[in-house]
Design a binder for this molecule. Structure first.
Ligand SMILES: Cc1cc2nc3c(=O)[nH]c(=O)nc-3n(C[C@H](O)[C@H](O)[C@H](O)COP(=O)(O)OP(=O)(O)OC[C@H]3O[C@@H](n4cnc5c(N)ncnc54)[C@H](O)[C@@H]3O)c2cc1C
Length: 305
């Protein structure tokens, strides 16, 4: 007997989708392979009822709540490939082949951290991507924003956004691009300093950031650094040949969350740059509702219900 839906990825998007599909009496298999986007973070913030919860605890509660639904199976396993077509997919899960009518990808994104000394060790502790997630705890401290050439059009609005949490802000371009005069002027008028030299390393004491060291050895005091490293999709997304948007996110129909491949849906970070746990959870519920409506109509009219 095939599963109705196989969900690949057990972060907020996948857990939330499994809950909705489980409650809709669908047979669901949720597979999760482990490393998740916020693995390095100490707490999940900005998720109502879960503000301040450690990421592992967040997932534990999600799985505990799924355990109440016997029609939902959860496996700690990687999905290595998916073949077939809508109504009759076959997924390679570890050594097994699992059949499912629909596939929902909630595989997140992989952050490709730059090779700056100290960056990887401080990611999730003093180097963050989102001020809504980690700004409150570090408010009024010396902050930096390490911008990339690819994000240069985003530099001004993001730097001005950060000013909402601190007056002490330095923007680092790492020598990678020129900041237009008008943007530099607006940064200065907002009290934001600009450092255009290449960044040599992050100076830290344990997981506490102290300064950003520039190529000439000068140190700029900085306790929290924001950055948006490039992201890539997991291999399964490429293997399925899904159409992508220009920013690399998976293209989905806004109403149904179906991808360019019939019967394959996607929710969460892999589909958007508006990334956050509660947004991913909501998108998971959205996809679950769309899949359930379609499947239920199909099963009811074919006499399978
Ligand atoms: C350092 C850091 C801190 C953050 N802090 C916050 C915060 O405080 N608040 C907030 O709202 N957001 C925060 N975020 C963002 C948040 O983590 C993401 O938006 C959220 O986790 C996205 O959920 P998701 O379900 O789409 O993906 P993920 O949570 O990344 O989950 C995807 C899952 O899919 C699994 N997977 C991938 N491929 C396969 C496969 N082939 N087979 C099986 N499983 C697979 C992965 O192992 C992973 O477990 C943070 C992000 C980072 C990087």
């Amino acid at each position: 007997m095939p599963y109705d839906v196989i969900i690949v990825g057990g972060g907020p998007a996948g857990l939330s989708a499994a809950l909705a599909l489980g409650r809709a009496r669908k047979r669901v298999l949720l597979c999760d392979a482990g490393p998740r986007r916020n693995a390095a973070a100490e707490h999940v913030h900005n998720f109502v009822t879960r503000d301040g919860t450690p990421p592992e605890e967040f997932r534990r509660i999600g799985r505990q709540q799924l355990a109440a639904y016997p029609n939902v199976d959860v496996r700690d396993a990687q999905v290595d490939g998916v073949e077939g077509s809508s109504g009759a997919f076959r997924a390679a899960v570890g050594a097994d082949t699992v059949e499912a009518r629909r596939v929902l990808l909630c595989t997140g994104m992989i952050d490709e951290l730059p090779a700056i000394e100290g960056f990887g060790d401080l990611w999730g502790h003093a180097v963050f991507q989102c001020p809504y997630c980690h700004g409150w705890e570090a408010q009024d401290r010396p902050w930096g924003y390490l911008s990339r050439a690819a994000d240069s059009s985003h530099l001004l609005p993001f730097a001005l956004l950060l000013r909402g949490w601190t007056r002490d802000l330095v923007v680092f371009t790492g020598g990678a691009f020129e900041v237009p005069d008008e943007a530099a002027l607006r940064l200065r008028s907002a009290g934001v300093r600009l450092e255009t030299a290449a960044v040599a390393r992050l100076v830290a004491e344990g997981q506490r950031l102290e300064a950003v060291e520039l190529a000439d050895g000068a140190r700029v005091r900085c306790e929290v650094l924001f950055a948006h490293p490039p992201q890539r999709q997991v291999g399964l997304v490429g293997a399925l040949g899904l159409a992508l948007e220009g920013d690399g996110s998976v293209r989905v129909d806004p109403m149904t969350r179906q991808t360019s491949v019939a019967g394959v849906y996607a929710s969460g970070d892999l589909t958007t740059r508006m990334q956050g746990a509660i947004l991913a959870a909501a998108a998971g519920t959205h996809a679950a509702a769309a899949i359930n409506a379609e499947l239920t109509m199909e099963l009811a009219t074919s006499g399978a219900l």
